[in-house]
Design a binder for this molecule. Structure first.
Ligand code: NDP
Ligand code: MG
Length: 411
């Protein structure tokens, strides 16, 4: 009997110690490095940090061209390190406003050095495009938790990135609102009981445009998103619905889903951020007004939750939630997304780079809106597919696909 009592009290002691450790871990201020702090996600992350200074401390910031804004952010948040990612921009900049306590690092080496510092707990990967891969890769290599906004990293090298995270015991937490919604809904059940996920899409500004109208849209119209405020590249991606194609591929790798387990539904209000259907037919969703601060904060506080500076749903007010299937003829990018998710290999890197180059071409007036997706299709069809490429091969193909788009534009 005494032995049993001893065992119980020993167990209780271990539990109480675990609890103390757990509380102290979760109460500790989390040190955050934000890659791409001058962008839309970067600025929203700073809003989240500013609202909960007792939880978060910014210790690193990076920017490419908006260096005056980087200095303003550094003066407000007092990080240990700031990185000017592009040496040419950095050398032409007058650094008199840089706070003296912040060490200036340069280039991609600077980003690599920042994310691997022992003091960094969480890296927010919010650089746009495949340029975001280096920092995300280095952070995972250093075993850090990555709050991932930069979906292009997974589109380009999903298999390699997920393998690296597993090898290094690093966590990837989604920031993309749909993937955050899926991640949150999946918490309600067992992973093996997930039947499929349904990503919601706003449909962008041209949801009701005919094919003839789509051929005429201007850059300004494509940059005017009806529900989300985002950087220019992802805003154009939303208008072509290439963003959803990239998100299908992102979900495939992030949640280890078969591509035919991922569906898309158009939901113009952007209140339901995605659904998860379980094997018993139960469908769970995550709802909130369209604002990135909530998914960003969830990635930073996970597995906890706390008050968030984002707008709240008013369920007492009249509200209409609509859902309709996407039009795959007017928006062929979605089919491309499923196809690339299915074949894997080098296809993601080629699609991603071709799209970045084509969107750049559209923004500079070299390509019409309806030429973006055919340009991607053409480059994809012309590449030498490899089922199991190295990271170096993917980086080579990224450069090749960009050149191909330039050739496509010129012919
Ligand atoms: P922005 O264009 O607003 O910001 C991009 C950031 O990346 C800026 O800080 C920019 O610096 C920096 N940057 C750009 N090019 C380079 C480069 N070559 N090297 C280093 N840094 C660079 O983009 P968003 O914030 O909209 O998007 C960021 C990422 O998050 C994208 O991958 C996007 O798909 C994803 N995402 C965004 C959402 C949103 O609501 N905005 C929603 C879901 C995902 P600077 O400005 O100083 O030149
Ligand atoms: Mg999204």
């Amino acid at each position: 009997m005494w032995q049993k009592t001893f065992e119980v009290s020993k167990t209780l002691k271990v539990w109480s110690q675990l609890k103390v450790n757990f509380v102290s871990m979760s109460d500790r201020v989390r040190n955050i490095a934000i890659l791409g702090s001058t962008g839309s996600i970067g600025r929203s992350t700073l809003d989240v940090v500013a609202a909960s200074p007792e939880r978060f401390r910014v210790i690193g910031l990076t920017a490419r061209s908006r260096l005056a804004q980087l200095c303003d952010q550094a003066n407000q948040f007092r990080p240990h390190w700031i990185v000017a990612a592009d040496a040419a921009h950095a050398s032409g900049f007058e650094w008199s406003e840089k706070p003296s306590g912040a060490e200036l690092l340069l280039g991609t080496d600077g980003i690599r050095s920042l994310v691997s510092r022992a003091e960094v707990d969480i890296v927010v990967a919010a650089i746009v495009g495949s340029a975001g891969l280096t920092g995300t890769w280095a952070a995972l290599e250093a075993g850090k938790t990555v709050a991932l906004a930069n979906k292009e990293t997974l589109v380009m090298a999903g298999r390699q990135v997920m393998r690296l995270a597993e090898d290094r015991g690093a966590k990837i937490l989604p920031v993309d609102s749909e993937h955050s919604a899926v991640f949150q809904a999946m918490e309600a059940g067992r992973r093996r009981d997930v039947k499929r996920v349904i990503l919601t899409a706003s449909g962008g500004p041209f949801r009701r445009h005919t094919s003839a109208q789509l051929a005429q849209v201007s850059v300004d119209e494509a940059l005017a998103h009806p529900t989300w405020e985002m950087g220019p590249k992802i805003t154009v991606d939303s208008a072509t619905m290439m963003n959803k194609a990239l998100e299908i591929i992102e979900a495939r790798w992030l949640f280890n889903l078969e591509p035919d387990q991922i569906d898309v539904v158009v939901h113009p209000q952007s209140i339901v951020h995605s659904f998860v259907e379980f094997c018993d037919g139960s469908v769970l969703a995550q709802l909130s007004p369209p604002d990135m601060k909530l998914p960003i904060q969830y990635a930073l506080t996970y597995p906890e939750r706390c008050e968030c500076p984002s707008p709240k749903l008013d369920l007492a007010a009249a509200m209409r939630l609509e859902f309709e299937p996407p039009d795959l003829d007017r928006f062929p990018a979605i089919g491309l997304g499923h196809e690339v998710a299915r074949v894997g290999g080098t296809a993601g890197a080629v699609l991603n780079a071709a799209n970045e180059a084509a969107v750049g071409g559209f923004l500079e007036g070299h390509l019409s809106f309806t030429e973006i997706v055919p340009a991607c299709r053409s480059v994809l069809d012309n590449h030498h597919f490899d089922d199991n490429p190295t990271l170096e091969r993917l980086i080579e193909l990224d450069a090749w696909a960009r050149e191909e788009v330039t050739r496509w534009v010129c012919t």
